[in-house]
Design a protein around this ligand. Structure first.
Ligand code: HEM
Length: 361
C-alpha cells in the first residue's frame, strides 16, 4: 500500500501556495520585568527536559542597531526565566543578513534545504530567531513561552513532550509515538556535549566557538498505518527492538555486530539505524533529542509526530550526511517532514553573554 502522505495532493499544493503569509505582528520592544535570575544548567550537558516549546520569530526591523536591541531584549528575557525552566535562544541564517552582519554568520549556517521526500510548509520553517523552552510540565513551558515571546512576531510554534523520559544505559531516552525508545544511539552525554560544540579550528567566527548547530525537523507520523504492521516488522524497519535492544538480543548500549551480519539477517541493511550509522567509520557526530507532538497542522487537520532536534559542530558531517544516507529508507513510508530549520545555538545560550561578542559592543 502506498504511503498515505504521498497520496495527499492537497498537502503538496498547500506547501506551494502557502508562501508569503507570515504573521506581520510588530516587535513590541520593551523588556518584561526580569524575574529572579539564577545560574542555569548548560543546555548541551544536561538531559533534555520532558516538555518543550519551540517558537520561531521573524524580527521586523533591519539594521545593526534595531536587531541588536531585539536580540539583547530576548537574551535578557531568557536569562531571567522562571526558576526551573530552561530557555535557549538560537539564531537563523536570515538574522545575520537582517543585521548587516553576514561576516559573523557561523560558517555552515544556511537556510535548511528540502531533502528528498520533504514537503515543507513555509509557515512551519526557518525564522530569524528560535527560542526553546524546556520544563518539567507543559504548563510551565507554556507559561514561560507566554512571558518571553507572546508580544513578539511569531513565525511558527510547536510544543513537544518526551514520553517516559529517563536515563537508560547512561543516555537520556524517551519513547516516540511509534512505540520505540529513542536515544540509545547518541554519544555518551559527557563526551557528547563537547563533540557537538563548534571549536576554533574550522573557520567559524570567534564569537561562535562553544556554540552548536541545531537542526529541527517537524516530522508527521502515519501512526495508524504503522500500527497495522506487526511489531516484528516494525523492528526490522527500525533495526532495533522497541525497548532499544538489538535484534540479536544484545543490550541497548552494546555495539551491534554488523561485521558478523553482512547480509542483514539480524539488522537489515535498509533498516533505519543501519543506514543512519553503518558503523563503518566514525559515528555521526551529533546528539539527537526527539520530542513527540500532537495537534493540528496549518490546514487544521489532526497530526502527530516527532519534533526531531539534533546538535552538531559540523552540519555537513552530522545531520546532512545522515539525512542523505536515509533517503528512500523503509521508514519514510510512514513519516513526512513538513517543517523545521537550521539554527545556531550561541555559547551560553540561556544568558546575555553571547550578545556583546556577536555584535562587538
Ligand atoms: C523519521 C522519524 C524518525 C524516527 C521514528 C526515528 C527513530 C529512531 C530510533 C527508534 C532509533 C534507535 C534508537 C536510538 O539510537 O535513538 C534511531 C536511531 C537513530 N536515528 Fe532516527 N528516527 C527518525 C528520524 C531520524 C532523522 C531525521 C535522523 C537524522 C537525519 C535520524 C538519525 C538517527 C541516528 C544517527 C540514529 C542512531 C543510529 C546508531 O547509532 O545506531 N533519525 N532513530
Amino acid at each position: 500500500m502506498p504511503s498515505p502522505f504521498r497520496s495527499q495532493p492537497a498537502l503538496t499544493r498547500r506547501a506551494v501556495i502557502a508562501g508569503g503569509t507570515l504573521a506581520a505582528v510588530g516587535w513590541a520592544g520593551g523588556c518584561s520585568t526580569p524575574r529572579a535570575g539564577r545560574p542555569r544548567a548548560e543546555l548541551l550537558s544536561s538531559p533534555p527536559r520532558p516538555h518543550t516549546v519551540l517558537v520561531a520569530l521573524d524580527l521586523q526591523d533591519s539594521g545593526r542597531r534595531p536587531v541588536a536591541g531585539a536580540l539583547r531584549r530576548l537574551a535578557e528575557r531568557a536569562e531571567s526565566a522562571a526558576a526551573g525552566v530552561e530557555v535557549a535562544v538560537a539564531l537563523g541564517a536570515s538574522v545575520f543578513d537582517r543585521a548587516g552582519l553576514a561576516a559573523r554568520r557561523p560558517r555552515q549556517l544556511a537556510v535548511m534545504p528540502a531533502f528528498s521526500g520533504d514537503v515543507l510548509d513555509p509557515r512551519r520553517c526557518h525564522g530569524d530567531v528560535l527560542v526553546q523552552m524546556g520544563a518539567d510540565t507543559v504548563e510551565e513551558a507554556d507559561r514561560e513561552a507566554g512571558a518571553i515571546v507572546d508580544d513578539l512576531p511569531v513565525r511558527w510554534r510547536m510544543s513537544g513532550f518526551r514520553e517516559g523520559a529517563r536515563i537508560d544505559a547512561g543516555r537520556p531516552v524517551a519513547t516516540n509515538l511509534f512505540g520505540f525508545v529513542e536515544g540509545h544511539g547518541n554519544p555518551e552525554p559527557a563526551s557528547g556535549a563537547d563533540l557537538v560544540r563548534v571549536d576554533d579550528r574550522h573557520g567559524d567566527p570567534a564569537w561562535a566557538v562553544g556554540g552548536s548547530y541545531l537542526v529541527i525537523r517537524v516530522i508527521q507520523f502515519a501512526t495508524e498505518l504503522w500500527n497495522r504492521d506487526p511489531v516484528a516488522e516494525q523492528e526490522r524497519i527500525i533495526g532495533r527492538r522497541r525497548d532499544g535492544s538489538w535484534p540479536d538480543g544484545r543490550p541497548a548500549d552494546a555495539e551491534p555486530a554488523y561485521a558478523a551480519d553482512p547480509h542483514g539477517r539480524h539488522t537489515p541493511l535498509d533498516s533505519h539505524v543501519r543506514r543512519a550509522n553503518p558503523r563503518d567509520g566514525a559515528a555521526p557526530p551529533m546528539t539527537r533529542r526527539g520530542y513527540s507532538f500532537r495537534g493540528r497542522d496549518s490546514a487544521g487537520r489532526d497530526e502527530e509526530g516527532l519534533l526531531f532536534t539534533a546538535y552538531q559542530s559540523d552540519l555537513a558531517a552530522g545531520f546532512e550526511a545522515v539525512q542523505r544516507r536515509l533517503a528512500g529508507e523503509r521508514l519514510g513510508r510512514y513519516t513526512l517532514t513538513v517543517g523545521g530549520g537550521y539554527f545556531f545555538v550561541p555559547p551560553r545560550a540561556g544568558t546575555t553573554r553571547w550578545v556583546d561578542p556577536l555584535l562587538d559592543l
